[in-house]
Design a protein around this ligand. Structure first.
Ligand SMILES: Nc1ncnc2c1ncn2[C@@H]1O[C@H](COP(=O)(O)OP(=O)(O)OP(=O)(O)O)[C@@H](O)[C@H]1O
Length: 233
């Protein structure tokens, strides 16, 4: 049974390699010979709309296959979990406990036992009342939170979070920031709100499918802000 209580234990981060990736979507080349080595525990992904952030995530988790090049995940694709920009693209079950039970499929439990595990896990996080709730009765932000819970209860090595703060209220954003800080998994966050990644050890600025800048969060976020200020002056 996975837990997230107590002090964070950082396992060895994934060592993801993208080598000379070319990806075409809708007839347009999103990436041409893109190479990245992703090994840090916390990585931010920033850039304008259409820069390629979601496309990069889709490549890493195997939803898209590159036309050329290779994505290498040392521990296999099942160790990568993704939180979609739109929770409705991710959630498939009608209740919270059923949705979270899906994340435990690797334990090969009966449906009854998996849902009991989910209820215990939620109770340990003071969220027992969420278990029976119908997904249809949740707000967009609450559904986004369910998607995050579904990732946390699973046993992935790497979590890809595509604009995970976009629908969350201020308390929800603070709680997610705390969860991200404490999580043992490698986490890559795509966001337009730079303060969520400015403190990260690494931020990658994507610009029309290329890496414009790659380095310390504070440096890369500052450079992107300066560029945006110039372009919008
Ligand atoms: N389903 C699709 N079919 C064809 N082209 C797509 C599709 N989704 C995205 N694209 C194209 O791929 C490029 C990269 O889009 P992507 O969604 O990866 O950008 P993004 O950086 O995540 O943008 P945003 O900040 O708006 O979420 C864009 O040129 C976009 O038009």
């Amino acid at each position: 049974m996975p837990t997230n209580s107590g002090a964070p234990i950082f396992c060895k981060p994934q060592d993801l390699h993208l080598d000379e990736i070319t990806l075409v979507r809708g007839g347009v080349a999103v990436f041409k010979a893109l190479s990245l080595h992703l090994k840090e525990s916390r990585i931010g992904l920033i850039g304008d709309n259409g820069a390629g952030k979601s496309s990069l995530f889709r490549l890493i988790c195997g939803l898209d296959t590159p036309q050329a090049g290779r994505v290498t995940l040392p521990h296999g694709p099942n160790t990568v979990g993704m939180m979609f920009q739109n929770p409705d693209e991710q959630i498939i079950f009608p209740t919270v406990e059923e949705e979270l039970a899906l994340s435990l499929h690797h334990l090969k439990l009966s449906r009854h036992d998996a849902q009991a595990c989910v209820r215990d896990w939620l109770a340990a996080r003071h969220l027992a009342h969420w278990a029976p709730r119908a997904i249809g009765s949740l707000s967009q932000g609450q559904r986004q939170h369910v998607c995050w819970l579904a990732l946390m209860i699973a046993s992935h090595s790497t979590l890809l979070l595509d604009e995970p703060f976009s629908s969350l209220d201020l308390p929800g954003q603070a709680l997610l920031r705390r969860d991200i800080a404490q999580a043992k998994e490698q986490i890559i966050v795509s966001t337009h709100v730079l303060d969520h990644v400015r403190h990260f050890e690494r931020v990658i600025w994507l610009d029309h499918g290329t890496v414009r800048l790659d380095g310390l969060g504070a440096d890369v976020c500052g450079a992107y802000e300066a560029d945006v200020a110039l372009r919008t002056a």
